[in-house]
Ligand binder design. Structure first.
Ligand code: PLP
Length: 399
């Protein structure tokens, strides 16, 4: 490592609050599916800023759209209309089949809005303040108090108790465990359609169908968190669109902005007309013209560049090549995932493999201590997959 890079890392550790154990590189620029550190070393990127950079780095169309908006208008507050937000909302409604959009600055904030919407909906029905929400074990919904309260990882919550309260946890794909949590106070069930941070666990089709039916029978709102698995990653615009069901509320973020920090929660007309009203919720920056110029361009590029077609073309190949590694190494137990959201499950911690890969110019990330997660840019090619496998294989071989 150069002296310059080392100096920056030392300075970072003196100035930034240490809430991340960071890899020992300073990233400087990106181009396509490659990142470069300060020393000019090139990395093939299979993380994409954690499922963010759908089009890869330095995408000209996208950059130009942002630059144009910067020169025009960055921010207005939500007390006035702006064209990028109106366009973005229309486009997002179309691809999500939902009816009402609220733009946020992050994923966690979208989850907060979804939870508030569900509580308000229930409150308007019975005037009570004791409603319960069912969430899933191993889930991840963000780090703010509401989102953390429904995050099914006790380790993340422990030091910050008490949480918002009236949350019960069930197991994904175990319908009986959900039923056991339901009572007349239940106002919502929240889950990721494909669990990300918790270890890449897709919801079963049958499970989700049963949860949907239960919600319909009891007028419980189904909230699907599509922050990581949405935006084309699993081969449809939103993961739930492959399940033959529809949520009442959904959240999106990460690849929605492709680098600009944005999120949104969306709902059906029925929920929109019976929940939040003027004065109930707000944000200063959320949905500003700059952020919405990003969303507009992202949604345009998904169509224009046939992003979802590429996911569906490349994902089976990624699965095949990862399965070969499962067969080859007995310390790899299995692969699971959907589309370009895949996990390799090891019988041991994967930190060493990830560090070795980084040395060899491949950026990977874990999802839990023993799972390597693959969430590359959605524009990767089969050749990129081959290059990734070659490096990973060489790291595994030397274990
Ligand atoms: C990343 C993530 C969040 C939180 O999003 P932030 O933008 O980091 O607040 C919430 N839910 C899921 C499923 C995520 O993957």
């Amino acid at each position: 490592m150069s002296e310059t890079m080392k100096k920056y890392i030392d300075e970072a550790e003196k100035a930034l609050l240490h809430t991340y154990n960071r890899y020992q590189i300073v990233l400087d620029k990106g181009d396509g599916v490659y990142l470069y550190d300060l020393d000019g070393k090139k990395y093939l990127d299979f993380v994409a800023g954690i499922a963010v950079f759908a089009f890869g780095y330095n995408c000209k169309d996208y950059n130009d759209a942002l630059k144009n908006q910067i020169d025009k208008l960055l921010h207005t507050s939500n007390y006035y209309y702006n064209v990028p937000a109106i366009e973005a909302a229309k486009k997002l409604k179309e691809v999500s089949q939902m009816d009402r959009v609220f733009f946020t600055n992050s994923g966690a904030e979208a989850v907060e809005g979804a939870l508030k919407t569900a509580r308000k909906y229930a409150y308007l029905k019975d005037g009570k303040n004791d409603h319960e929400i069912i969430a899933m074990n191993h889930s991840f919904h963000g780090r703010t108090f509401g989102a953390l309260s429904v995050t099914g990882n006790p380790h993340y919550r422990e030091a910050f108790e008490p949480m918002i309260g009236n949350i019960k946890f069930a197991d994904l794909n175990d319908f009986d465990s959900v039923l056991a949590c339901v009572n007349e106070k239940t106002c919502a069930i929240i889950m990721e359609t494909v669990q990300g941070e918790g270890g890449i666990f897709p919801a079963d089709k049958e499970f989700l169908a049963k949860v949907r039916k239960l919600c319909d029978e009891k007028d419980i709102l189904l909230i699907l968190d599509e922050i990581q698995c949405g935006m084309g990653r699993t081969g449809s615009m939103f993961a739930w669109q492959r399940y033959g069901i529809k949520p009442d509320i959904m959240t999106t973020a990460k690849a929605l902005g492709c680098g600009v920090p944005v999120g949104a929660f969306l709902m059906t007309e029925k929920v929109g007309a019976n929940s939040l009203v003027a004065g109930d919720h707000g944000t200063t920056y959320g949905g500003n013209p700059f952020a919405c110029a990003a969303i507009n361009k992202v949604l345009d590029l998904f169509k224009q560049d046939n992003i979802i077609e590429n996911v569906n073309a490349v994902a089976p190949y990624l699965e095949k090549r990862l399965d070969e590694l499962v067969d080859k190494y007995d310390f790899i137990l299995t692969r699971r995932g959907v589309g370009l959201m895949q996990g390799l499950v090891f019988n041991r911690p994967v930190a060493e493999v990830i560090n070795k890969a980084l040395e060899k110019g491949l950026i990977l990330i874990n999802a839990g201590a023993e799972i390597i997660r693959f969430v590359p840019p959605l524009v990767i090619t089969k050749k990129n997959v081959d290059d990734m496998i070659e490096i990973l294989d060489s790291c595994l071989g030397s274990l």
